[in-house]
Design a protein around this ligand. Structure first.
Ligand SMILES: NC(=O)c1ccc[n+]([C@@H]2O[C@H](COP(=O)([O-])OP(=O)(O)OC[C@H]3O[C@@H](n4cnc5c(N)ncnc54)[C@H](OP(=O)(O)O)[C@@H]3O)[C@@H](O)[C@H]2O)c1
Length: 242
């Protein structure tokens, strides 16, 4: 199996720990990124497999540029994957009370962070023989509720951005008569209704969590992205909600 170098952006939550652990267990080198030094170091330690914790404000393009320089300074010429897990949540009662500050927060966490990491690492992902960009969206993006208007609109924008990256990969790698190229990079949207983890199940033993996706299931799906063909995956919206 090929050992790849994968960046998990927004790696300090339960989903980040599960994804980092699963990628490490599959034999990949994982760099896990968060905004807070203590939280991301704790997450990397919990994930194991010698995951490397890195601190970066992914909402700042300049900081993501510095992150790329730090990765290079670690002796890594190029990365193969970005698994983007920064999301956030803001809700309201309906349309009229959707606040500007909530929209700005959603735009920053769900859209700007994704734009920044994909702009900075695009060339590396496009050049990798196994390049993958994945983000996690919500079923709400295509079935928005009034209460979640800002959240759903931000997630829909992030999905559109990811499909634009997929188009970039497709155009760069489309076969031509003169230089036949097989598609080797893919941008993918993984869709969940909500995430659940062991701690949530333990703290609410009577709750069923219908339609929730376990973070371990998400992690297995992420590992699978590096085992399937880019031509099949590129531009796909993969539903993980049950
Ligand atoms: N949880 C759900 O039920 C649910 C439902 C639908 C979709 N999703 C999507 O699934 C993905 C994972 O969700 P999640 O709930 O596990 O994670 P999350 O809480 O949305 O974010 C993941 C991590 O990103 C880090 N982060 C936030 N802003 C950052 C920044 N500016 N720079 C660097 N790191 C930053 C946070 O850690 P630090 O603050 O420590 O940096 C946080 O632990 C997200 O894309 C989310 O939208 C989740």
């Amino acid at each position: 199996m090929t050992t790849l170098t994968i960046l998990v952006t927004g790696g300090s939550s339960a989903s980040g720990i599960a994804v980092t652990r699963a990628l490490g267990a599959a034999g990949h080198r994982v760099l896990t990124v968060g905004s807070d030094d203590v939280r991301i170091k704790a997450a990397a330690a919990e994930a194991g497999h010698a995951a490397t914790p890195l601190v970066c404000d992914l909402a700042s393009l300049e900081s993501v540029g510095d992150l790329a320089a730090t990765v290079h300074d670690l002796g890594i010429e190029s990365i193969d994957g970005v698994i983007h897990l920064v999301g956030g949540w803001r809700g309201a009662k309906g349309i009229e009370d959707q606040r500007d500050e909530d929209w700005e927060a959603m735009e920053r966490s769900a859209v700007t962070t994704l734009r920044n990491v994909s702009r900075v690492f695009y060339n590396q992902l496009e050049a990798s023989p196994h390049g993958r960009l994945a983000m996690v969206s919500s079923t709400t993006a295509t079935a928005p509720t009034a209460a979640a208007a800002s959240y759903a609109a931000a997630k829909a924008a992030a999905e559109a951005w990811t499909l634009a990256v997929a188009d970039g990969f497709s155009r760069a790698q489309s076969a031509s008569k003169n230089a036949p190229t097989e598609q080797h990079s893919a941008a993918v949207i993984l869709v969940v209704k909500a995430l659940v983890n062991a701690a949530m199940r333990e703290s609410q033993p009577e709750r069923r969590f219908p339609g929730f996706t376990d973070v371990e299931e998400l992690a297995a799906a992420v590992v699978g992205l590096f085992e399937q063909s880019a031509a099949t995956l590129n531009g796909q919206r993969i539903l993980l909600a049950t």
